[in-house]
Design a protein around this ligand. Structure first.
Ligand SMILES: O=C(NCCO)c1cc(-c2ccc(F)cc2)cc(O)c1O
Ligand SMILES: [Mg+2]
Length: 217
């Protein structure tokens, strides 16, 4: 076909979603994944939990690791207040290119910055290069073996404050080696596990973990 699944998804969104309408982009993306081709978006059930976290937390500065096509970036940013923003990091250039288009289609390019780098490099630069003081919300959804490395980097950089939320996808499928043990064993977090369906698969169970930072700043 010469096109990638992500490019086919973008084409479908451009043809079927209402431009400038984030809700329409998300609904259309879910429809694509249920009727045309599966994709590793956070999807409806995980998305509803993410929506609730954003509504309750009212974050000013959000960091997402693992943009993919921008589904969860749009999901987060559509509820952000006017001055709030989301920095989303994607190491794969093809995914980042599609994500930028999806963000633009949703009309959220003023709230979302897609950065095509390795998460380990950008976390060290957030304060100096990206003008970040503290992170109110972190969404971990990138390579699963990097969750543990990157949460330790985020702590090392003192980017969390009391009440900051770290939300992790896929803690069951594929699982994030060492992450659950680390975060649940740490006195600096209060963690809650949510049993959810794996994206677009009503007969498969995954899990997400919400951890509230209560440690020293
Ligand atoms: O690797 C993932 N994300 C980082 C790369 O962008 C990822 C993978 C899967 C998945 C895929 C294939 C399968 F068979 C099982 C799990 C699901 C997800 O939600 C994910 O976030
Ligand atoms: Mg995921």
């Amino acid at each position: 076909k010469g096109t990638t699944r992500e490019q086919r998804a973008l084409k479908y969104l451009k043809e079927h979603a209402r431009e400038g309408d984030p809700d329409s982009v998300l609904e259309t993306f879910d429809e694509f994944c249920r009727t045309q081709e599966w994709a590793m978006n956070a999807a409806e059930e995980k998305g509803d939990i993410l929506d609730e976290i954003v509504r309750e937390l009212r974050p000013t500065t959000c960091l997402e690791l693992g943009t993919y096509c921008g589904y969860s970036a749009v999901r987060i940013a559509r509820q952000l207040s006017p001055s709030a923003r989301l920095i989303t990091v994607e190491v794969n250039p093809d995914y980042a290119a599609v994500a930028r288009e999806v963000v633009k289609l949703a009309g959220l390019q003023d709230k979302i910055e897609v950065i095509n780098v390795d998460s380990g490099d950008v976390i060290r630069e957030l304060k100096d290069k990206y003008d970040v003081t503290k992170l109110d919300l972190v969404f971990l959804d990138h390579w699963k073996y990097l969750y543990i490395r990157d949460i330790k980097l985020i702590e090392e950089e003192k980017l969390l404050k009391k009440g900051s939320v770290v939300f992790a996808d896929n803690v069951i499928i594929p699982g994030a080696p060492g992450y659950l043990e680390y975060i649940r064993g740490s006195k600096n977090y209060n963690s809650t596990f949510y049993s959810v369906h794996f994206e677009y698969m009503d007969d498969m169970k995954d899990g997400v973990e919400k951890s509230v930072y209560i440690g020293d700043e």
